[in-house]
Design a protein around this ligand. Sequence first.
Ligand code: CP
Length: 327
Amino acid sequence: GSHILSVNQLDLDAINTIFNVAHKMTPYALREKRTKVLDGAILGNLFFEPSTRTRVSFGCAFNLLGGAVRETVGMGASSLSKGESLYDTARVLSTYSDVIAMRHPDAYSVEEFSKGSRVPVINGGDGSNEHPTQALLDLFTIQKELAHAGRDISGMHIALVGDLKYGRTVHSLSRLLCMYKDIQFTLISPSELAMPDYVIADIEKAGHKITITEQLEGNLNQADILYLTRIQEERFPSQEEANKYRGKFRLNHAIYTQHCKSNTVIMHPLPRDSREAANELDNDLNSHPSLAIFRQADNGLLIRMALFALTLGVENQLEKYECPVNW
Ligand code: CP
C-alpha cells in the first residue's frame, strides 16, 4: 500500500516477493488465463516525459488485471503548465485513482508529488535520478538469464556502458545489485559521463570490486552481463554537447564475437538510439540468442503486474477472479 519511489526502499525479501508474484503473472500476460481482480480500479498514468515501454506496460499491466487506465501524457495536457504545483496536482488526481504511475523530467519530482497523493505512487522515472521498476525488471531478467547457465547474481561480473551520469536505470540497478555478494563491476564511460560518486560509494560499501575505464574493447572479456545505455541527450545542456559522446561506444556482432565470452548476455533498457550518429547497439545482433533486450521488455509487463497486485493487496486473489478468455 505504500509508494515505490526508490530502490532504496527495497530489501532482498521484498525483491524475492515481487519476483515470485511476477512469475505467477506469466499465464495472464500470455493471455492463457484472465483475471478481473482489479475490476473497478483506476490507474492514473501520468507521463510528463516521452515513453514507449514504461507507459504502455504500466497501462497494459493494469488492464490485464481487470483495471481501467486514465492517462495524462505531456506537460501541456496538464495544468502543471499553468503553474499548478505537483502537490495540488497529486491531491486532485489521487481522488480519481486507486494508484498512480508517474514519470517526470525532474529528479525527486515524483517524491514531491507523492506527498500530496492519497493513493500509492509508483516512480516511472524521475529525471536522471531513478527508475526503480526498470531496475527490478533488469534484475529479474539477469536472474532468469543467468539461471539458464546455472549461474547466480552473486559472483557475477557486469559491465555498464555509456552514459552512466544521466542514465537513471544504471543508478537504480547498481543499488539493487548492492544487496547481493561479490559482484564485479566494470564501468565504461567517457570520464565526463562517469557514474556519480554517490552510486560508486554505495557499490564500494557493499564490498563489490569496481574497474573504471573509458575503453569498451578489451574490457568486456570477463562480463557475464553487458548492459549498454543510450546517451541521454535530453539531459544535456545542448544537443552539440550530447553529440560529442553519441557513437563513442558501439556494440555490433563483430565486436561482440571478438571481445565477449560466448554467452555474455546483452542488455539495454531501451530505447536504443538507432540513428547512424549513435547506434550503440547494432541491428546485426537482433537475432543473437544472447540479446536479451526484448526479453527485458517482456519481463517489464510481469514486474509491473506484480507491483500493482502487491501495492493493492490482491496478489493472492488472482485465481478467485478468473474468467474465460474470449478471444
Ligand atoms: N526503458 C524505458 O524506460 O523505456 P521508455 O522510455 O520507452 O519507457
